[in-house]
Ligand binder design. Structure first.
Ligand SMILES: Cc1cc2nc3c(=O)[nH]c(=O)nc-3n(C[C@H](O)[C@H](O)[C@H](O)COP(=O)(O)O)c2cc1C
Ligand SMILES: CC(C)CC(=O)C(=O)O
Length: 431
């Protein structure tokens, strides 16, 4: 297994000093004699899993904080712990921008809730001590099938913005997709990630500008252009508006709104003449636009925001190289089906011809396994890594990625899968 998947926590140096480590464990208020002797035996046997085995007992006493909100990334038990920490760290309007769905947030909530209707079938008596979680998409190998979805304006969450995210993604082996309206240029993100990143395109209504964005992304090495197609109808981000009642300060980074703001401070539009551009979303885009883009994109063209088999079939006809099943994390339309529930119809329509990715509500390793079992090639997460970023910068993002990866590896072993390809429909059933 790569170093991308090792547990964080007490350093290797501390682990190598067995006696000090055992003294440290013995001092823990939750340590039981049985757990203590199991850990001592594992250490004596030189097991590289010693820390993993002891981790459950170790981390419990580190948790308490005065207000129940974590104050360091290593205190987190799961990714949910980062959300209140992000809320505490951010001005209300910035948190509102991150948290918001649309209308009553029904799609947003449904995305995650839907995972509990899918149950996992555990398998026994398979030697799962060594597993491989790597996945290759478009010839690019990642250490994990958990990718980072494009999230705009990350400067609103942390001064290091997408740069911090890219560094954590490099450390943990996650693929990354940069938003057109990111706070950091693709050149800087690529350097921080140490590898090419995918570029998410919001089309403008000036073809010259759109073409220049694509060319710049490809010149920076982006193997894929990800066209987001689910923001054409406008939206009502009510949670954001509610929190802005508490925080009326203007923010150039995320919620001032309007095209001028969105491009004027975003580095991908530097040096471009944007005087003719009036819109990033309501551009009247149709399948003709996909054809036009297909002709100029030299690498792979991906559509993000597909939620029906009809559109998946159409996408294939138009030469698309991959699909991301997405409802924009519940930020586009209200009352949509959860993405995990529409994934099977898209997978069926695509029939293995191109990779199918999915995002929306992924918070647990088990969520990831369920999607892969239902035919996804990889999954993307949005808000969770931004919670980590907002609360603690790069170490926060790294901790979020570590926790999800650790949970994913655990459930992979529990279903007896040694490689990503071993995860199939037999691993899940509808509740
Ligand atoms: C604050 C925020 C900004 C986003 N910005 C973009 C964007 O610029 N382009 C895009 O295609 N999707 C954007 N998304 C949607 C994500 O790419 C992704 O589809 C969604 O966050 C996945 O759901 P999750 O947050 O529940 O993981 C954004 C999401 C959030 C929360
Ligand atoms: C509105 C855009 C600037 C970013 C986006 O896609 C989002 O906030 O969901």
């Amino acid at each position: 297994m790569s170093d991308q998947t090792q547990a964080s926590g007490p350093s290797a140096a501390r682990l190598s000093d067995r006696r000090a480590f055992l003294r440290f464990l013995a001092a823990s208020p939750v340590m039981t004699p049985t757990a203590m002797s199991a850990i001592a035996a594992a250490l004596a046997a030189g097991s590289s899993d010693a820390f993993a085995q002891s981790y459950d007992v170790l981390r419990a006493p580190q948790q308490a904080t005065a207000d129940g909100i974590i104050s360091a990334p290593e205190q987190a038990l799961n990714v949910f712990d980062f959300e209140p920490a992000a809320k505490k760290a951010l001005p209300p309007a910035h948190y509102g921008y991150l948290a918001s769905g649309v209308d009553g947030d029904e799609t947003l909530k449904a995305n995650h809730e839907a995972f509990s209707r899918i149950r996992i079938r555990a398998r026994r008596l398979i030697d799962v001590r060594k597993i491989d979680t790597s996945v290759t998409i478009f010839g690019q190998k990642f250490g994990t099938p958990i990718m980072l979805a494009p999230v705009s304006s990350q400067g609103a969450f942390h001064p290091e913005a997408e740069g911090a995210v890219a560094k954590a993604a490099k450390l943990k082996g996650n693929g990354m997709i940069l938003s057109t309206v990111g706070s950091t240029s693709i050149e800087d993100v690529t350097e921080a990630r140490g590898a090419p990143v995918w570029y998410m395109l919001y089309p403008t209504d000036d073809w010259t500008v759109t073409e220049a964005l694509v060319k710049r992304a490809e010149a920076a090495g982006a193997p894929a252009i990800v066209l987001t197609v689910d923001r054409q109808g406008g939206r009502n981000t009510e949670t954001l508006f509610r929190l802005r009642r508490e925080d009326s300060r203007v923010c150039q980074d995320c919620h001032l709104g309007g095209f001028a703001n969105e491009v004027s401070r975003k580095p991908m539009f530097d040096d471009l003449d944007v005087t003719k551009v009036t819109n990033l979303y309501g551009t009247g885009m149709t399948w003709d636009y996909v054809d036009r883009l297909r002709k100029i994109v030299k690498g792979k063209l991906v559509l993000k925001g597909i939620v029906t088999h009809e559109d998946a079939e159409e996408a294939l006809k138009h030469g698309v190289d991959a699909i991301i099943v997405s409802n924009h994390g519940g930020r586009a339309e209200e009352s949509l089906y959860p993405t995990i529930d529409v994934l099977p119809e898209v997978v069926k329509a695509v029939n293995g011809k191109v990779p199918v990715l999915v995002d929306g509500g992924f918070r647990r390793g088990t969520d990831v396994l369920k999607a892969l079992a239902l035919g996804a090639t990889a999954v993307c997460i949005g808000r969770p890594y931004c919670w980590g970023l907002a609360a603690f910068g790069e170490p926060g993002v790294a901790a979020v990625l570590t926790l999800m990866q650790r949970e994913f590896e655990t459930i992979m072993k529990q279903v007896g899968a040694l490689r990503i390809e071993d995860i199939n429909a037999d691993a899940v059933t509808r509740a």
